[in-house]
Every structure is written in C-alpha cells, then in structure tokens.
Design a protein around this ligand. Structure first.
Ligand code: IMP
Ligand code: MG
Length: 187
C-alpha cells in the first residue's frame, strides 16, 4: 500500500494500480489496438480532456500504424466538483476539424454512468459519419452504468470506487499522481 506523499495532510489515497502495472497494461492495449488499426486509412484519435491526458499520452506511444495518427482533443465534463455525476454532459471545448468518413478512436479516462461516452459517440456519429467509431478507456466501472455503453478497449475494470491519479481528479486535484489510487474522504 502506498499513500501519496503529497497528501500526507489531506485525504488518504490508497494505491490500486502502480505506475509499473499501468505501464505494462498499456503496452498490451497498444499492441491490441495496433493490430486492429495498422492497415486502416488515416485513423483519428480524439482525447477527451482533462482526465484522459496521461492515458492518451502513454497509449498513443504504444500504437504503431502504417498511416500516422491524427490527434484531436475535446473537453467534456459531466462531473461537478463532487464524486457524483451531474447527469448532464457539458462541452467546454468541442472544436473538431472535418473528420468525416474517417476511422475514429475516442480515448477516455473512465466510463462510469456512461453518459459522457454515449453523448460523445452519438455526437461524432451524427456529425462525421465515421467509417468506424470505437472507444478506449483507461477504466471501466460497469456497475455504475446508467446508459448502455460498451467500451471496445479497456485498461482495467474496477468496482464502484472513487479513484484519482493518472489523470483522474477529485475537485481538480491529484491528476498528477503517477499511480491510480482509491480516494478515501473519510466520514
Ligand atoms: P460518466 O459520464 O458518468 O461515465 O462519467 C465520466 C466522467 O466522470 C469521467 O470522464 C471522469 O472525469 C468522471 N469520473 C467518473 N468516475 C470517476 C472516478 O472514480 N474518479 C474521478 N473521476 C471520475
Ligand atoms: Mg473529473
């Protein structure tokens, strides 16, 4: 068990997946995605900010395709500052170039209720009629699903815990932790 040095005075964060374990899993995922995408024409990867930034950066460096990847970013959020989803998806940044009829891979931090992923997949479908549309998420929390979404590539499937680190936040904190930890707010 590791408790973050940065949070000695704050809430307890208990490590679930170490930096090494995450790196090993992402290598495997990268291999699988490479096999599926290696011969596809100009694939586009869309990272969903902010939570996906660590996963995205590590994952794309493990994807090898014949055609180079085009990288785009959007920012979506369905969480306020609490640990519960607000229920509506906000789109603070949704600027995309014309990526019609392309192979699109969405990269998300976590699929929880599934609202964010469902909203975005439907948006992309309607806007760009992709040749293929898939989603890779670092974490899947299937027990919390409110709408149906089945991620195509999953780093780890977790129970109903609130986790932070490796891009994921609580109230905009702890994204920089190199490991994934369960946040215990006490009480
Ligand atoms: P969904 O729309 O309910 O699937 O939630 C998506 C967003 O909620 C994710 O992209 C995260 O930003 C946030 N989220 C869900 N579960 C967690 C968690 O355990 N820790 C941190 N953020 C989370
Ligand atoms: Mg968040």
């Amino acid at each position: 068990m590791v408790t973050s040095e940065k949070t000695e005075t704050g809430p307890k964060i208990t490590e679930i997946y170490s930096e090494e374990k995450i790196a090993a899993r992402i290598k495997e995922l990268g291999k699988t995605i490479s096999q599926d995408y290696k011969d596809l024409e100009s694939p586009v990867v869309i990272g969903v900010m902010k939570g996906a930034f660590c996963f995205l950066a590590d994952l794309v460096r493990n994807i090898k395709t014949n055609d180079p990847l085009q990288m785009e970013f959007v920012r979506l959020s369905s969480y306020g500052s609490a640990t519960e989803s607000s229920g509506t998806v906000q789109t603070p940044y949704l600027e995309l170039p014309n990526i019609s009829n392309r192979h699109i891979l969405v990269i998300e931090d976590i699929v929880d209720s599934g609202r964010t992923a469902k909203f975005f997949l439907e948006y992309l479908e309607g806007q760009f009629h992709p040749k293929s549309l898939k989603i890779a998420c670092f974490l899947d929390k299937p027990s919390r699903r409110v709408v149906e979404v089945k991620p195509d590539y999953i780093g780890f499937t977790i129970n109903d815990l609130f986790v932070v680190g490796y891009g994921l936040d609580y109230d905009e904190k702890y994204r920089e932790l190199p490991f994934l930890g369960e946040l215990d707010l006490g009480g």
